[in-house]
Design a protein around this ligand. Structure first.
Ligand SMILES: *[C@@H]1O[C@H](CO)[C@@H](O)[C@H](O)[C@H]1NC(C)=O
Ligand SMILES: *[C@@H]1O[C@H](CO)[C@@H](O)[C@H](O)[C@H]1NC(C)=O
Ligand SMILES: *[C@@H]1O[C@H](CO)[C@@H](O)[C@H](O)[C@H]1NC(C)=O
Ligand SMILES: *[C@@H]1O[C@H](CO)[C@@H](O)[C@H](O)[C@H]1NC(C)=O
Ligand SMILES: *[C@@H]1O[C@H](CO)[C@@H](O)[C@H](O)[C@H]1NC(C)=O
Length: 292
């Protein structure tokens, strides 16, 4: 009878624990198109249809040529972008482009001040809510600017798109970057604006500090309101351009969801708790049996 109870118990446990591990996937990338935002002076995007129709043999065939600057739309800045002898795009190890998402919400501050620069206090506020910034984090400013994309006048916040000295959009403060580099371990620092430095920068101090420290940047990140400020895993899948200084990237986040056989879904901490239970209960049951 006891034996039967054990079998029943383990079966129920397997039913709960044995469901498929599931992820919600969230795209953080703007379309790459002829509306893509380029820094002034970049050559134009070129999308040319080479074939879109039936071949002589009656087979449907679509293929295109496309040409783009590296630093366009949602993209990566390699460490080499603003620092000599740093890693270029093909050399940035893939594991340096993946990490726990840390989303720093400065939407209210940026709405009041377009020249806002993310402060050390903003990071400490995040940590007071969610704990210490995890190792190898991908830390991204959410200024709300992604909502302006792809309207260049609104994104650069200027009447003179060819003159960067007139740009007004938020970015990181160089002191905050120095703090992140010396006090925490980060893989990528990102923004939902066109530059990790704010629009009014004169010296690109943030780009230079990141490059020097071998840290990549991510710019024009989209859709940041669709992921939690903590708890996602972010992937910066940049095109592997040999000797590149950056490149267009498909940036996306996964948010863990455990789906049980019964169709329940639940978050990461409960998964951890349940996993511990799944290991511990059979062990305890086994030990008790041996003791008898
Ligand atoms: C941009 O692409 C769209 C869709 O392919 C096309 O209709 C439009 O004419 C293009 N605009 C420019 C300026 O090339
Ligand atoms: C775009 O690319 C096509 C295909 O290579 C080329 O024929 C065309 O001249 C290019 N257009 C521009 C504006 O560079
Ligand atoms: C730079 O590239 C080399 C070669 O891929 C790699 O071993 C090294 O880890 C890279 N460093 C960083 C910080 O990306
Ligand atoms: C960009 O936004 C401005 C200000 O709201 C507006 O006047 C302009 O028409 C927009 N441009 C495009 C291409 O939508
Ligand atoms: C960054 O990577 C390059 C290439 O691997 C290496 O020469 C340099 O020493 C690294 N710098 C730092 C600060 O890790």
């Amino acid at each position: 009878m006891r034996q039967h109870t054990h079998v029943l118990f383990v079966s129920v446990l397997l039913g709960i624990c044995g469901g498929s591990l599931d992820f919600k996937v969230v795209d953080l990338t703007h379309d790459h198109s002829n509306t893509t935002i380029y820094w002034p002076g970049s050559p134009e995007y070129n999308f040319t249809i080479l074939s879109r129709g039936k071949t002589a043999g009656g087979i449907w065939l679509e293929m295109n040529y496309f040409g783009t600057a590296e630093h366009a739309g949602t993209h990566l800045d390699s460490p080499a972008h603003f620092y000599k002898d740093r890693n270029r795009t093909h050399n940035v190890p893939l594991e340096n482009l993946i990490g726990p998402g840390v989303i720093i919400n400065v939407k209210n501050k940026a709405a009041m001040n377009a020249d806002y620069q993310v402060s050390i206090d903003d990071l400490k506020q995040w940590e007071s809510m969610y704990n210490k910034i995890p190792e190898n984090a991908i830390v991204i400013m959410n200024s709300g600017w992604h909502e302006h994309y792809p309207n260049a006048s609104l994104v650069f916040n200027t009447d003179s798109l060819t003159d960067p000295s007139t740009f007004h959009f938020p970015g990181w403060h160089e002191d905050t970057i120095e703090w992140l580099i010396s006090e925490r371990s980060v893989n990528v620092v990102g923004v939902d604006t066109p530059s990790t430095d704010f629009g009014q920068t004169q010296n690109f101090a943030v780009h230079i500090s990141l490059g020097k420290a071998n840290i990549s940047g991510a710019e024009n990140v989209a859709n940041l309101d669709a992921i939690p400020e903590s708890g996602s895993m972010i992937f910066v899948a940049v095109t592997k351009i040999y000797d590149g200084s950056g490149g267009p990237a498909r940036i996306f986040a996964t948010i863990p969801l455990r789906v049980t056989s019964f169709g329940w879904t639940y978050g990461p901490s409960f998964v951890l708790f349940l996993s511990a239970l799944c290991v511990l209960i059979p062990v305890i049951a086994h030990l008790r049996q041996r003791a008898r």
